[in-house]
Design a protein around this ligand. Structure first.
Ligand code: NAD
Length: 457
């Protein structure tokens, strides 16, 4: 068997090594999940819900240790790790509350001895290939509703959040989910590729566009249900009538929270020329107040960059922006190691010839561009191949709604940003992906409708 080394991105130290899967063990796990699936589907929904409720209780009981594990392997500031785990509880509650209604068989016609019904059956064996940036959120968005609706799950945590993924498996099993109904699969991209090659009924992926495109290409001819939650280059427009201080504080947080490593991080800011300078001053004030340091420290706001190769991406965006005439207002370089550190970075005088305004940065870096008004802002917001979220700051609700209706994005925000709700569908347009998680649609997506035509003799 292979091994996977787990490193602390804040110190570069080796945390541990864990056994990893290979082609043969992946095939064996997929076969075990397939064999286990019918019995799990036969378990009454109330018992499946009780398992997930016990899982929730164990997350609460172990919250501090789980937060420390996540911070250790991802570099996420400890307060944000706690926030993620606390946020998870509300998502689980939502799924527990809503799942019954999604599984009720509907009678859509009954006349003259003929009855027509829609039954909602599980997909079967579902693969979840996951990301590291919010491992509890993006994992549970898939496996909680998948398990509740009667599927078996093969869950591959990111190689950068494996200890967290193994903790999920331990807690689910202790809560009563059979070992072969939720199986953790450990390893990097090659293990993900081996997993997608198995006989499976659905693949739910969270990660980069580049990997998502490879998976889509491989699965295309196989008729396997595929969902892809991918990256973004999320814009926000600050109108001239916005509260400058509130908008600056909210957007600095939206751009830099989790060290800028959120799928819905604010990645581009457009500011009306009338308030541009005041906004930039307030934004820089906020960013300069962010404490960079040990992710385990209570007052740390900016932690380590999780993946070392991302530092080179950030450096390349900085060099490209500078070469094309942007003004560096703060940061702009790696911070001394050991570990992966990048200074919070703000550019102004940016434009769309720069990578900084076109490609996902996924780090603590942001470009602020001056615009002449609403038409230019909308044009620039839509000048992207992505479409995950977009926002507008203005006190004028009608104006915000008019603007946001014209923006091509799965989620839109008025006077807020970087926000996800279990009650609303989470989906991307364009290269941000296909399919969705969360909301009642994010439960139904783990089922398929079976049509019953029933004639009385
Ligand atoms: P990634 O694409 O590098 O890896 C994601 C997963 O895919 C990992 O588990 C990895 O091991 C696996 N993988 C890699 N190569 C593979 C292959 N050839 N076949 C199968 N699996 C393979 O992404 P990441 O660095 O883990 O995550 C960051 C990205 O995820 C960002 O682009 C971010 O925007 C995106 N993201 C999107 C959402 C969303 O909801 N839309 C949420 C979180 C993260």
């Amino acid at each position: 068997m292979n091994t996977l080394s787990i490193q602390n991105p804040a110190s570069g130290a080796l945390i541990t090594q864990v056994p990893a899967d290979d082609g043969a063990s992946v095939a064996a796990k997929a076969a075990a999940a397939r064999a286990a699936k019918p019995a799990w589907n036969a378990v009454p929904l109330a018992e499946r819900k009780a398992c997930i409720a016990r899982f929730r209780a164990s997350v609460v009981a172990e919250l501090e240790a789980l937060a420390a594990t996540m911070t250790g392997e991802t570099g996420k500031p400890i307060k944000m790790s706690r926030n993620e785990l606390n946020g998870l509880l509300g998502r689980i509650d939502f799924f527990l509350r809503e799942v019954d209604a999604q599984l009720v068989t509907e009678t859509v016609y009954a006349e003259g001895g003929m009855t027509e019904q829609i039954q909602h059956i599980p997909l079967g064996v579902v693969v979840n290939i996951s990301a590291w940036n919010y491992p509890w959120f993006v994992g549970a968005n898939v496996y909680v509703p998948a398990l509740l609706t009667g599927n078996a799950v093969l869950y591959k945590p990111s190689e950068y959040a494996t200890l967290t993924g193994l903790a999920m498996a331990r807690l689910l099993h202790a809560a009563g989910v059979p070992k072969d109904v939720f199986i953790a699969v450990v390893g990097g991209g090659e293990v993900g590729a081996a997993l997608q090659a198995q006989q499976i009924d659905g693949l739910f992926f969270t990660g980069s566009y580049a990997t998502g495109a490879k998976i889509a290409q491989a699965l295309g001819p196989r008729m396997v249900k595929l969902q892809l939650e991918l990256g973004g280059k999320d814009p926000t427009y600050v109108c001239e009538d916005a509260n400058v201080k509130n908008a600056a504080e909210s957007l600095a947080d939206g751009a830099m929270y989790n060290t800028g490593q959120s799928c819905c991080s604010v990645e581009r800011i457009y500011v009306h020329e009338k308030i541009h300078d005041a906004f930039v001053a307030a934004f820089l004030d906020t960013v300069r107040g962010f404490k960079v340091g040990d992710p385990m420290a209570e007052d740390t706001y900016i932690g380590a960059v999780t993946r070392a190769p991302q530092l080179a991406v950030l450096e390349a965006q900085v060099a490209d922006a500078k070469a094309k005439g942007a003004t560096l207002r703060t940061g702009g370089a790696r911070l001394p190691g050991p570990g992966n550190w990048f200074a919070p970075t703000v550019f102004t005088e940016v434009n769309h010839s720069m990578e900084l305004m076109r490609e996902e940065s996924f780090g603590p870096i942001i470009g602020i561009q001056k615009v002449s008004g609403d038409a230019e802002a909308v044009k620039l917001m839509n000048d992207t191949r992505y479409g995950l979220t977009a926002g507008v700051f203005t006190p004028d609700e009608a104006r915000a709604k008019t603007l946001l209706a014209q923006v091509n994005a799965g989620s839109v925000y008025w006077n807020c940003c970087d926000r996800v709700s279990p009650r609303l569908p989470w989906s991307g347009h364009g290269d941000s992906g296909v399919g969705l998680t969360l909301s009642t649609y994010g439960i139904a997506t783990f089922t398929r409708p079976k049509a019953w035509h029933l004639r009385q003799p």
